[in-house]
Design a protein around this ligand. Structure first.
Ligand code: SAM
Ligand code: MD0
Ligand code: SF4
Length: 390
């Protein structure tokens, strides 16, 4: 039976969250656990209000360049797992990637997410030169923020990415339940994946963390994961509803309900008040954006250059051919739901402020030799002045 006491406890948590208060792990769990429609509605509204307070109606737009669809891994949920004969495998050249990146820049993206599978060709190189030269080439030519989503890289390569001037390292744990992790990411090491993110943080990169919803996790796992993503210092956090993929062992598993994904997104917004939360085009296409944004998301991700032969991840070919899945293509839709794309400077300013915040947190939280810390500082202030922000 649902008690009045429980309802008033949730109302108190929400009031505090809307005023910017921090939530404990227990409180996060209470919000996720409730199945009272009235409370769920309250949580979604509170999250919407926090998003509005922090970012207004403005939305950031991320271009997505999946430049190599080869992968040495066999994640059970993923279309691109190595044993799957279904996906079209390609590896784009630097010139091709530059053309796509120019097209995304012209279309109004704020960031370009350079993504690959753990491509065995690239992962067999001692210094990862193919990856580093591709990222450098994009950095030199494109004046947008860059995210790299390359899988688990050695520390030395992460350091090189930071030196090149990449802003973000995206690496999703999928779940902080280690047993479930091992079932999903077969043969991969839970701690190695965490360590790579810590290394990226120490090099001054921002990190994006994420969980999958609907892959056999429990509500307690959601709470643990959200709490752990906060502890690791993520600046962007996502919840991706699982989409079953042809040719994979999870082909017959159904997607979670949209409400489940929205519940996780909304609690993320209450916890990560001023951080970024994506609504991915890759899950439900354009129609899926509105509710995710209302639940607290403030970034639309997985926008792909018009007419390209690049692929998405969970929706590998949805809306790509006719250029609907582009920053330009979704602008009228965003306006129709009362949202507007942010300016380029708004985004760059957010990133640089966040870098300073995260660097300060690192300096306060970890005792490190002086030189390392000061090199992070000088790196961050150099970028700010290069971009004309300070
Ligand atoms: N290979 C790199 C890696 O795994 O970190 C980068 C690829 S990243 C784009 C792949 C992410 O997409 C996964 O971490 C997962 O969160 C998400 N994803 C993959 N398959 C999915 C599916 N079937 N449904 C929903 N999300 C999926
Ligand atoms: C997305 N398809 O944003 C992309 C991808 C990788 N950093 C992101 C999962 O939904
Ligand atoms: Fe490879 Fe990434 Fe897919 Fe796993 S999620 S199979 S690492 S592309």
């Amino acid at each position: 039976m649902y008690s009045k006491a429980k309802h008033s406890q949730i109302a108190t948590i929400l009031k505090r969250a809307v005023l910017g208060g921090q939530l404990t792990k227990k409180e996060i769990l209470s919000l996720l656990e409730t199945d009272s429609p009235k409370d769920i509605y309250g949580i979604l509204s509170a999250a919407s209000q926090v998003r509005q307070n922090q970012f207004g109606n403005s939305v950031f737009l991320y271009g997505f360049l999946y430049f190599s669809t080869y992968c040495r891994n066999a994640c059970r949920f993923c279309y691109y797992r190595s044993p799957n004969p279904e996906p079209r495998r390609y590896r784009k050249s630097i010139q091709e990637v530059l053309n796509y990146a120019r097209s995304l820049e012209a279309s109004g993206a704020h960031l370009i997410d350079l993504t690959m599978g753990e491509d065995p060709k690239i992962y067999s190189e001692r210094r990862y030169d193919t990856l580093l030269s591709l990222v450098s080439a994009v950095k030199n030519e494109i004046k947008l923020s860059l995210m790299v989503s390359p899988g688990v890289l050695p520390k030395s390569v992460i350091r090189q990415l930071a030196r090149i001037g990449v802003d973000w390292y995206a690496l999703y744990q999928e779940t902080y339940n280690e047993r479930l992790f091992r079932r999903l990411r077969v043969g991969q090491d839970f701690s190695d994946r965490i360590r790579a993110k810590r290394n990226a943080r120490r090099e001054g990169l921002l990190i994006e963390e994420g969980i999958l919803v609907g892959v056999g996790e429990t509500i307690v796992d959601w709470a643990e994961s959200i709490y752990s993503m906060m502890k690791i210092g993520a600046s962007q956090v996502r919840a991706m509803g699982f989409v079953p993929q042809k040719g994979t062992p999870m082909e017959k598993i159904e997607s979670p309900t949209l409400l489940d994904e929205l519940r996780v997104i909304s609690v993320m917004r209450l916890v990560f008040q001023n951080k970024l939360i994506p609504a991915s085009y890759d899950i439900d296409g354009i129609r899926g954006l509105q509710l995710r944004l209302l639940a607290g998301a403030n970034v639309v991700t997985s926008l792909i250059p018009p007419g390209s032969d690049l692929m998405g991840v969970a929706q590998s070919d949805l809306d790509i051919k006719y250029g609907k899945r582009t920053p330009e293509g979704i602008r009228p839709y965003l306006r129709s739901i009362g949202m507007t794309p942010a300016s380029k400077n708004d985004y760059l300013r957010w990133v640089e402020t966040e870098k300073t915040t995260m660097t300060n947190r690192l300096v306060q939280g970890i005792r490190r030799p002086r030189e390392r810390v000061s090199s992070i500082f000088s790196h961050s202030s150099r970028i700010l002045s290069e971009r004309g922000i300070v």
